[in-house]
Design a protein around this ligand. Structure first.
Ligand SMILES: [Zn+2]
Length: 481
């Protein structure tokens, strides 16, 4: 799917921002310790776990193929001279390791709707459905069950808050695309809702003209729409939507001071939710999703993918730091499925050019989504135009024949592509970019690979070994219900 190619240009602007400024403003960890990497020890300092679990933070890098872990580690070392939290977790003897088996009811290759339903409803459903069985019967999602046990529920994502992965924990609907019908299901079922998708709560943008944001307000939610409002919010219940659609890719946010000032990072949203849940003694379930790793993989966009994987890792760092002194919080980090399986190829004689190619990723200054968006906005987008946009934003030159092939495929003309997965502009651009970055892709869709799984905290041994996705629900209910 050509995710986001039609996104509104207001979501993209340019200039530069310090991605770490959230730490200083949040005051939860000193920026100095974060920059020096000493926070990486947070996981190792975790208080001896009790058996009792009060809260679970379930973190998902959506569409993260297993190979992304090592690419993100290399990219983090390259661009910020320090390790990633997930890499550290794998090296931490108190954390467990495993693989998540993610098939859906009707395919070895799951989509996010079926994958999240397995976690949040305990049964495998067909791709495209959210907690609705193949026979049409609805499954009650975990958020509704845990509410009855007085637990607090949070959904934090960089996609629309009504997107498949958050919805799998808190909604039941036969088609994931009915986001307008998912939004009202969160009312009084989910305490903290943070991400994109303001349109689904806005009377002017809903086809039924229901003032859903107004309904949330009446029910005691603080309704916020930008970063400052979120950081200043005082209420226990929050509905925060910071874009009409998905939140911008981190690579675009990080190069745009205005965007970074108005849209919170995944780590900031996570801190806002977890900070509230850690106060008091209520049980809680917080789902945190780095959603756009999946979208970047569909777009074969390694710069956007690694930018969002690093933003996800910052959220993992924030969670491990905040829970380090709490012995009763379980943190699970995983993914719902692979996607396009990016990997670094051996480049040049004796592979001596691989590192140099990989370093070219750091020259990317925008997402492919933005490249295509700008091309789309030009009245006469020809081969020269796409060539100059690629040079400006991605830092490499397309050959004339490559630019012409890209234009032909953008104009939906038949071109010779050797793999049907590539008969899309994003697939073709991903291949051309790979000549400069060394990154190869299996295609532009989800893959069947089991995903990585790490857990730390009480009862984390439940998440070691090979875990069937639909067994997660039972563990969460036993721990929190
Ligand atoms: Zn996807």
């Amino acid at each position: 799917m050509a995710y986001g190619l039609t996104m509104k240009m207001k979501d993209f602007n340019t200039s530069s921002v310090d991605r770490r400024s959230w730490l200083k403003s949040a005051g939860l960890v000193s920026a100095a310790s974060f920059l020096s990497g000493t926070h990486a020890a947070a996981a190792g300092e975790k208080k001896t776990p009790t058996k009792k679990v009060r809260g679970v933070v379930f973190m998902i890098s959506d569409g993260m193929s297993p190979g992304v872990l090592s690419l993100a580690e290399a990219y983090s070392q390259l661009t910020r001279q320090r390790t990633t939290q997930w890499w550290q977790l794998l090296n931490n003897p108190t954390a467990t390791r495993g693989l998540m088996d993610n098939a859906s009811a009707n395919s070895l290759v799951t989509d996010s709707a079926a994958a999240s339903s397995a976690w949040g409803g305990g049964q495998r459903v067909n791709n495209g459905s959210i907690n609705v069985k193949p026979d049409g019967k609805e499954i009650t999602p975990i958020a509704a069950l845990l509410r009855k046990k007085n637990a607090a529920i949070g959904l934090v994502t960089t996609a629309t808050v009504t997107h498949a992965t958050p919805a799998g924990f808190a909604a039941s609907i036969s088609s994931r695309s009915d986001e307008q019908l998912i939004a009202p299901q969160y009312l009084d079922r989910v305490d903290i809702i943070l991400g994109g998708g303001s349109g689904y709560f806005d009377a002017k943008q809903r086809s039924d003209q229901q003032d859903l944001a107004g309904d949330f307000k009446k029910s005691g939610y603080e309704v916020v729409s930008d970063r400052d409002q979120l950081l200043a919010a005082k209420s226990a219940k929050i509905l925060g939507t910071f874009a009409r659609g998905h939140l911008p890719f981190s690579i675009d946010r990080n190069h745009d001071a205005a965007l970074a000032a108005s849209v919170p990072s995944l780590a900031e949203m996570t801190q806002a939710a977890l900070g509230r849940f850690l106060t008091g003694d209520k049980p809680f379930l917080l789902q945190v999703e780095g959603a756009r790793i999946d979208h970047a993989a569909h777009l074969n966009d390694i710069g956007a993918l690694l930018g969002d994987q690093i933003a996800f890792d910052d959220a993992v760092a924030a969670v491990l730091t905040m829970t380090a002194k709490h012995g009763d919080i379980l943190v699970v980090v995983t993914s719902d499925h692979g996607n396009s399986n990016p990997g670094l190829n051996g480049m040049g004689d004796g592979y001596k050019e691989s590192n140099q190619h990989f370093q070219n990723i750091a020259r990317f200054k925008a997402s492919h989504e933005r490249v295509f968006g700008e091309w789309n906005a030009k009245p006469n987008g020809d081969a020269e135009t796409i060539g100059s946009l690629v040079a400006e934003h991605l830092g490499f030159d397309l050959k004339k024949s490559e630019a012409e092939a890209l234009i032909a495929i953008l104009h939906k003309e038949n071109v010779v592509e050797w793999n049907h997965q590539l008969e899309k502009p994003e697939g073709l651009l991903g291949q051309f970019a790979g000549n400069h970055t060394g990154i190869g892709w299996t295609g532009t869709t989800h893959t069947s690979d089991p995903t990585l799984l790490s857990a730390i905290g009480p009862q984390s041994s439940r998440f070691s070994g090979i875990i069937r996705n639909s067994d997660v629900f039972g563990h969460l209910m036993e721990l929190l219900g």
